[in-house]
Design a protein around this ligand. Structure first.
Ligand code: AKG
Length: 293
């Protein structure tokens, strides 16, 4: 039984994104938020990115340079589904997964997940980019599901997207030979002028096409802005670059069955550079909190 209506599916393919309210149950949302609260508390005792490490040996938790015990700035949790039953349950089997199956299914595969957190006053910004440039696949039936963990409005660092930009072109995230993780300044200016905000209540989801141009500003409000971001693909979309955030569950079929064939789109794909630090925010020039500071 489809979860999304024909109109919603058409809107996703026309605009490159779709907002849906009530994408998880109240119980699921409460469990997700309880883990966040515990992790924020834990972060107070740390002065640098900390573990338990991800499967490629990087710290799981990352804080912005402004972090302190009194005012935590925990900004990233890598693959929370590897360490939390609540996050694993939602990644594997929430309504969001059915929605993704309506868009690129019936056979759907998990790629990776993360939490991007902007606590009140956090300086974290996300420069404009298209996810496909970080996680290219043999085809672009790839959906990023951004679940709102808080009520999000235009003041607390909401996601902003450029409707229709998934239809192309792919914009480079390189400046010469250097992988910046962000589009060029003039592209960002154009994107900002054409952007719309994605706002809504906690428990809403923004389903985003992997080629949609998007970014987000710092949180200037006194409310938290958390996103649980899960990336899913059609089962026959096969990664053509190493996963920037490898997970125990990478490649797991969450709906339908495994693919026998990889489906290929024609064309050239610029390959990303792999991050070495705890989060891509450092690639964007936003240093992590470091013990020596
Ligand atoms: O956290 C955000 O505002 C955006 C997240 C994002 O762009 C990404 O993870 O690709």
């Amino acid at each position: 039984m489809p979860v999304l209506s024909r109109e919603q599916i058409d809107a996703f393919w026309r605009d490159g994104f779709l907002m849906v309210e009530g994408a998880v149950t109240p119980g699921q949302l409460t469990a997700l938020k309880a883990d966040i609260a515990a992790w924020v508390e834990e972060s107070r005792a740390h002065k640098a990115p900390f573990g338990p490490p991800t499967i490629d040996g990087r710290p799981r938790f990352d804080m912005g340079a402004e972090h302190s015990a009194e005012k935590p700035a925990l900004r990233r949790i890598n693959n929370p589904s590897d360490i939390s039953a609540a996050y694993r349950a939602v990644m594997l089997d929430a309504r969001t997964v059915d929605m993704v199956a309506d868009l690129v299914g019936p056979d759907v595969k998990f790629h990776h997940c993360k939490i991007n957190l902007k606590l009140p006053g956090a300086k974290t910004e996300v420069a404009y980019h298209q996810d496909f440039a970080y996680t290219p696949h043999t085809n672009d039936d790839v959906v990023t599901a951004l679940l709102f963990l808080d009520d999000i409005d235009e003041n607390n660092g909401c996601l902003t997207v450029v409707p229709g930009s998934h239809k192309g072109p792919m914009l480079s995230l390189f400046d010469g030979e250097r992988f910046t993780g962000a589009v060029a300044a003039e592209e960002e200016t154009r994107a900002l002028a054409a952007s719309v905000p994605c706002v809504g209540k906690a428990g809403s989801v923004c389903l985003m096409h992997t080629k949609l141009l998007h970014g987000s500003a710092a949180n200037g409000a006194d409310t938290s802005r958390g996103l649980y971001i899960c990336v899913y693909t059609a089962a026959d979309a096969v990664p053509i670059a190493r996963n920037p955030m490898p997970s125990l569950n990478e490649g797991r079929i969450v709906r339908g069955k495994e693919a026998r064939f990889a489906r290929l789109n024609a064309g050239l794909v610029e390959l990303p550079k792999q991050p070495k630090s705890a989060s891509f925010f450092t690639v964007l020039g936003q240093d992590s909190k470091q013990a020596a500071e």
